[in-house]
Write a protein that binds this ligand. Structure first.
Ligand code: IMP
Length: 429
């Protein structure tokens, strides 16, 4: 069984922990999109690991970690991460594999990202300033530079010269020298070569052998370039289609999809968020849930669970079951709300509208459920949860249409309920 784990909200759902829990049952972990805009935080025996590019499977000895062609790679960020892991005693060795077709983030992409945000002013996206959007623009514009291009050839020299020239036309107050960028790229290529391979082929061989593959998404469905809250999205397909195109893996090779959603929700960056809480409860969720970006440190916007959005993610991705994370953050609240629909212009919507303007005008329709005073923190058996928490989860299952196969009750691996009687429960063994 090959399983995909992806975000059912606006990213930061806690995918890192879920992938980490599943990894012992898989031989390969493959990442299909995004770049070092992602931040996957994993706690192991009290130690905190934040991974941006390399799949968190790297923390497990013997697991191969693949970075697919759909990922955009900033070589400096990649090497930083490899070196950091080494300093923590984790040698990536030959367990890391990088697609030769992956596109690169170059220094001018970072500059262009910052500039584009400044130019948008009030309409800014609130990007992570990592150069993600401009790198994908070059990819789609067919002028991108890929991992396989990093050899001393006239073609690479020409591509770098043209791209740097284009950058110099846009950013006129500083000049970038193409030769310096070129030399650095060649050096990066030399270091990257030992990890470079045809990821699609490698996956095909693994699947034929029966080696289990865990597919890891970054960001979330609501940030998907096609299905998210455009234009307030990232520049890749975070939803399931991205797994096929971003790895060169056919859909038949994916046997199940586990969505990850927080028991409430968060968003970092700009864009509509109907259930956003601006007052004391939002503040409490942020502080209790330590809702600050793993990559940028920005405070995350917090709100109630939006079943319209999650239901949409279930449909778009064919999610079989959900992992519900950060349940313990709701401990002690007198009541908890669930948004089951939107109201806009006198109409009721139970599906996400296409345009951000309509979504911004939507008012949530809430159900209010009793909170629980007995903590859920650290609970490992479903029946040990307070009855109100179980009722809340049961209602989430009804309004999203899928079972909650995993409930995370704390940041450590051990603080987890796995419901083996659900469809996804057996994926954990
Ligand atoms: P970009 O991916 O840096 O272009 O940012 C586009 C949008 O996606 C912004 O709202 C970011 O805050 C958001 N974003 C990008 N990566 C992540 C992530 O890993 N978690 C949550 N939000 C993200």
């Amino acid at each position: 069984m090959n399983i995909a784990v992806l975000g059912a909200q606006w990213g930061d759902e806690g995918k890192g922990k879920i992938v980490d829990l599943l990894t012992p049952h898989f031989r390969l972990v493959a990442r299909y999109q995004g770049g070092h805009n992602a931040g996957h935080t994993v706690y192991v025996e009290g130690r905190k690991f934040v991974l941006h590019l390399i799949p968190s499977g790297i923390l497990h000895a013997g697991v191969r970690c693949l970075i697919g062609n759909g990922v955009v790679i900033d070589p400096e960020a990649l090497f930083r991460e490899i070196d950091e892991l080494a300093s923590l005693g984790i040698d990536v060795g030959d367990r890391l594999v990088i697609s030769d077709k992956a596109h690169l983030i170059l220094p001018y992409h970072r500059e262009l990202d910052v500039l584009s945000e400044a130019r948008r002013g009030e309409r800014k996206i609130g990007t992570t300033s990592r150069g993600i959007g401009p790198a994908y623009e070059d990819k789609i514009g067919r002028r991108g530079i890929r991992v396989c291009d990093l050899v001393d050839t006239p073609e690479l020299a020409e591509a770098v010269r043209e791209n740097v020239h284009a950058r110099n036309q846009i950013i006129r107050d500083t000049r970038m020298e193409w030769q310096a960028v070129y030399d650095q790229l060649l050096a990066h290529g030399d270091r990257m070569r030992r990890w470079t391979a045809d990821v699609s082929l490698l996956l095909d061989e693994a699947v034929r052998r029966g080696d289990r593959v865990l597919i890891e998404g970054a960001q979330g469905t609501m940030l998907d370039i096609d299905h998210g809250t455009y234009p307030y999205v990232t520049s890749s397909n975070a939803s399931i289609g991205g797994a096929c195109t971003g790895l060169g893996l056919p859909p038949q090779a994916i046997h199940g999809v586990l969505g990850v959603a927080k028991a409430y929700l968060t968003r970092v960056g700009e864009g509509p968020l109907p259930t956003e809480l601006h007052g004391a409860i939002g503040e409490r969720l942020r502080e209790t849930g330590q809702e600050y970006g793993a990559s940028t440190g920005r405070p995350r916007r917090c709100g109630w669970f939006d079943a319209v959005a999650v239901r949409y993610a279930v449909r778009v991705n064919g999610i079989n079951a959900l992992a519900l994370t950060k349940m313990d953050v709701l401990d002690g609240l007198p009541s908890v709300d669930i948004c089951t629909g939107y109201r806009v212009d006198g109409r009721t919507l139970d599906a996400l509208p296409a345009d951000a303007r309509t979504l911004a005008a939507c008012t949530p329709i809430y159900e209010t459920w009793p909170g629980w005073s007995t903590p859920t923190r650290g609970v490992t058996r479903f029946e040990d949860l307070p009855v109100e928490a179980r009722r809340y989860i049961a209602r989430l299952e009804e309004v999203t249409g899928v079972p909650m196969a995993v409930i995370s009750t704390g940041s450590d691996r051990a603080e987890t309920i796995i419901r083996r009687d659900t469809i996804a429960g057996r994926w954990f063994s």
